[in-house]
Design a protein around this ligand. Structure first.
Ligand SMILES: CC(=O)SCCNC(=O)CCNC(=O)[C@H](O)C(C)(C)COP(=O)(O)OP(=O)(O)OC[C@H]1O[C@@H](n2cnc3c(N)ncnc32)[C@H](O)[C@@H]1OP(=O)(O)O
Ligand SMILES: CC(C)C(=O)C(=O)O
Length: 562
């Protein structure tokens, strides 16, 4: 082996300590089917922001915040919402009572409440939901993994199973006769529990609860602390999917956390492996590194052409509400919602996006399909920001990494000015000098100021005192050059040519290479902008002229060139 490429040495990190973290368990070998599957429809989504998200906040939500978050979720279209841990706090209990006593919860929304396997807490939980007209899910949980059994709960496999089954019986006794109530069980830390044991416990719970297709039981299998690659979780879920008793009477649910940063991948692979329901938090709040991010999951489906069944069409309003309720800011790079996720600073990306957007609008015009319904092919933007209620203002931003395409895009977008390619190159060089010097981003306004400084400086030495031209191309011009006034007449040539001829008579020869017309702004208030390339001894240069009249803008550009 070439040692040049083999320089990595063992670090001082004590990684060996984690080889057997939490007594990692083996997953039975399966003839796995999930790698070949595709997600073709949205799973059932269950936001747990008001419970798992809330329990992770330094300042848990007050009643007003809980209510606002709940209204946001129902407005977005969530149909099953975990609203709290009513036996744990009075705020949570009162919120459930609020749902019982008001019509805050739309009829088609199922209310989920969470409880440990302790009789007093189960009874309090059931008490909290009495009188709710909506469907209700009572969600019972107990940790099942070896370290939790021995270190936290002080049970062996058999006695822990008995504790869970006794909790399941308590739930059935307290709420079994309520017709609108269904049950959910979570073997907390499922992903670190021996598969045979967790299967045995789950089957015993569904038996006690008499799971049936008409009253299915939710089995929710959490990756409470994410410690393995997502394929391991997928294998664990597929094992349960294939081996659970009463499978047609079970809704298989997952609840990934994000300790390794792969919560989203875990959820997606779990759905491929047979999960039908996903619990998580909008934008991924939750214990430690958070619960799986339901917004990313939903929008990943959207980005693959699958309807997520949840409305993200005003993502910034959703974000503002979530930030207000959680008192935690969403990161600028957060998928789909961060401030910078639809922005390109780098030149080649900007160039590709600019071309992609132009192609998109041209195709819309050609086909007659509205731009917001047309198939999306814009490079570097996986989805159209407009789907999320965003405009294109933030798509391209300019700094020292940017190129001519992005600069031209900003001027075109903000000022309606179309720059010819050679002027784009010239101007980009000037912008680059500026951004390299300052190290900062430049806004469209600042770009326009740079443009004015570079190309729209009036020529103090020359004044056009009089300019008269008639329809038969007869032009009379009075020029004042360096204080000397002189009148000349020109016949048979256009006005621009006439002016260059007059300037030539003053010894101010202008050799025009190209002249372009564009405008600043649009509509009645717009101004004409003439962009002029002219030859000098050291090569070609650019200048410009602006005025309400196209002719005056062109004359100014010629005078500036002189
Ligand atoms: C992965 C998750 O998200 S799980 C949910 C975690 N959420 C929360 O803890 C938020 C709300 N919790 C609380 O308000 C409190 O912890 C309460 C009211 C539930 C219990 O409070 P306390 O009675 O003071 O107990 P405390 O929290 O100190 O300890 C938990 C006790 O419950 C036991 N326990 C923990 N989980 C469970 C469970 N699922 N089922 C039964 N017992 C449990 C523990 O072994 C411990 O018992 P011990 O006191 O005999 O050692
Ligand atoms: C108990 C379950 C649902 C949970 O919150 C977790 O494991 O994180």
């Amino acid at each position: 082996m070439n040692t040049r490429w083999n320089r990595q040495r063992a670090s001082r990190m004590p990684s060996h300590r984690y080889r057997d973290v939490y007594q990692r368990v083996d997953v039975p070998n399966t003839d796995r089917a999930w790698p070949g599957n595709r997600i073709t429809r949205a799973p059932l989504w269950v936001p747990v922001d008001l419970r798992d998200g809330n329990q992770a906040l330094a300042e848990p939500m007050d009643p007003a915040r809980k209510r606002r978050f709940f209204e946001l979720m129902t407005g977005m279209g969530y149909k099953e919402i975990e609203v709290g841990y009513p036996s744990a706090s009075q705020t949570d209990y009162d919120f459930v009572r609020l749902l019982a006593d008001t019509d805050l919860a739309p009829d088609d929304v199922t209310i989920v409440v969470f409880t440990p396997a302790r009789r007093d807490l189960i009874e309090r939980t059931v008490e909290s939901v009495r009188g709710i007209r909506n469907d209700v899910v009572i969600h019972l949980y107990t940790a099942t993994a070896p370290t939790w059994r021995t270190v936290v709960l002080g049970h062996d496999r058999a006695s822990l199973k008995e504790l869970i089954l006794s909790g399941a019986r308590d739930v059935l006794r307290a709420a079994g006769d309520l017709p609108n109530v269904r049950f959910e069980f979570s073997p907390e830390v499922f992903n670190l529990t021996e598969p045979d044991y967790v299967l045995e416990v789950c089957d015993a719970v569904t038996e006690i609860w008499q799971a049936s297709p008409n009253r299915p039981v939710i089995l929710n299998l959490p990756a409470t602390v994410e410690i393995a690659t997502p394929n391991v979780y997928a294998d664990q879920i597929e094992y349960m999917h294939r081996n659970l008793a009463r499978r047609d009477s079970v809704i298989l649910s997952v609840h990934p956390h994000n300790d390794r940063g792969t919560g989203v991948a875990c959820a997606e692979l779990a759905v491929l492996a047979g999960a039908e329901r996903v619990e998580g938090c909008i934008f991924g709040n939750g214990e430690r590194t958070g619960n799986v991010d339901l917004a990313t999951l939903a929008l990943n489906l959207h980005a693959q052409g699958v309807d997520p069944m949840i409305d993200f069409s005003d993502i910034d309003e959703i974000r503002r509400t979530v930030e207000y309720c959680n008192r935690i800011e969403v990161h600028a790079r957060h998928p789909y919602v961060g401030d910078l996720v639809h922005t390109a600073f780098s030149g080649t990306h900007q160039d590709a996006i600019k071309k992609g957007l132009a192609e998109h609008h041209a195709r819309a015009a050609e086909t007659g399909v509205p731009a917001h319904e047309l198939d999306w092919r814009v490079p570097y933007l996986p989805i159209d920001p407009a789907d999320l209620g965003r405009d294109y203002a933030a798509v391209i931003r300019v700094n020292s990494q940017s190129g001519k395409g992005g600069i031209a895009y900003l001027l075109e977008n903000e000022y309606g000015i179309t720059l010819p390619r050679r002027l784009q190159i010239d101007f980009a060089r000037r912008v680059q000098d500026h951004t390299d010097g300052s190290g900062h981003e430049v806004t469209a306004t600042e770009l326009w100021r740079l443009f004015e400084t570079a190309y729209l400086q009036p020529n103090p030495a020359i004044t056009v005192s009089r300019f008269e031209n008639s329809a038969d191309e007869h032009t009379s011009i009075t020029l004042c050059v360096d204080g000397i006034e002189q009148t000349s007449t020109h016949t048979g040539i256009g006005p621009v040519e006439a002016l260059t001829a007059a300037l030539g008579e003053h010894g101010r020869k202008v050799d025009i290479v190209a002249l372009y017309q564009t405008s600043i702004g649009s509509g009645n208030g717009s101004e004409a902008l003439t962009l002029l390339e002219y030859r000098t001894d050291s090569g070609t240069q650019w200048t410009a002229g602006r005025d309400r009249s196209v002719l005056a803008a062109s004359l100014t550009a010629v005078v500036n060139a002189a």
